[in-house]
Design a protein around this ligand. Structure first.
Ligand code: ZN
Length: 80
């Protein structure tokens, strides 16, 4: 069975973004996400935001999210 390695959709890329950052995706999926990010500006923005947010969460531990960040996160999740 041959698997066609076509470009993935934004929804798929964004859906895997967090796992991608956690390196919890397979090398194959990682490559697919990277390939998508290489040409999709919109998802690149999401990746940067996710990275920022993760860095923040890591530095704050279980602290409260600032209102601004939480609002953006909710919007981000709602768009998925
Ligand atoms: Zn995209």
């Amino acid at each position: 069975m041959s698997v066609k390695q076509g470009p993935i959709e934004c929804s798929e890329a964004v859906g895997q973004l967090w796992d991608y950052l956690d390196q919890a995706v397979s090398p194959q999926d990682q490559e697919k996400v990277e390939r998508h990010l290489s040409f999709c500006r919109s998802c690149c923005g999401e990746l940067e935001f996710a990275r920022e947010l993760r860095g923040f969460l890591a530095s704050q531990g279980a602290g409260e999210l600032p209102e601004q960040v939480r609002a953006r996160l909710e919007r981000f999740l709602a768009d998925l």
